[in-house]
Design a binder for this molecule. Sequence first.
Ligand code: GDP
Ligand code: MG
Length: 293
Amino acid sequence: MTRAGIVTVVGKPNAGKSTLLNRIIGQKLSIVSPKPQSTRDRVVGIHSDGDVQMIILDTPGLLHPKYALQRAMRSTALQALKDADVIVHLVDVGEHSPEPLHVAAALEHPPRARVITALNKVDLLSAAQRGALALNSPDARLISAISGEGVPELLSFVAQHLPESPFLYPEDEVSTQHLRFFVSELIRETALEQLSDEVPYSMACEIEEFREQKQPVYIRAVLHVERDSQKRILIGAKGQRIRSIGQAARIKVESLLGQSVYLDLWVKVLPNWRKNAHALARFGYRVEEERQQ
Ligand code: GDP
Ligand code: MG
């Protein structure tokens, strides 16, 4: 009998959700960044191992929603909680008194699914600190998403709580989302890496054209920002910064696709897109009304 189900990874910004997902899937799907709140849409990865299949959802941080963008992020996270068979609540070990998930996420009721708490970044602790932590938090799993320590044990524990079910997807399918989404995430990640703090959350990447039949593959992408001043920063003196972003992003996209790529990268101003429901929907964010559990 096989087991299969949805595993939602949830936690504060910077807890290491994307890092954990990438480790589990073994391929770079969700973007990892030291800047909080950079995962804007949930990424579905599929992990099939032996007789277990996990459909894994990464969530944006459960934030206090302020802009339309943040509301879209929170409703995405709430939906992913609702869809889950098992929830992995990832907590940074550096956090002193972490709240239970339903408190941290301001849910009316604790979620239906089994919640497994995983304390991440144990690689930063001494052996003595780990020992103390294991004693104080007997129900939590100690892991390091970066080194992989404790991750196989976490996965087998999660598997025990999945329902008996046939596999939900073909075994070799890594993701249900379009390649385009991952390409746009890689470009956005590269831009984040090369920029100072002024621009990041005002930036969305849209793939306007993706011609796989061409050799090299032709991809036209646009980085949308909210203001002219941000556009100038992104382009840089004599176009130097955007060229450098484009080159670095092309190398990542080539490694994802396994083919050479011509990346035609543009910067455009779309005033106040983060407050604009049409623009949010166009960039793939969910803008439906927030629904509680
Ligand atoms: P997210 O916002 O929850 O998706 O967090 P990310 O996966 O983007 O990680 C945030 C930061 O924490 C990044 O700089 C990661 O490299 C770092 N990080 C994630 N997991 C670990 C870990 O196990 N150990 C250490 N030392 N750092 C980690
Ligand atoms: Mg993330």
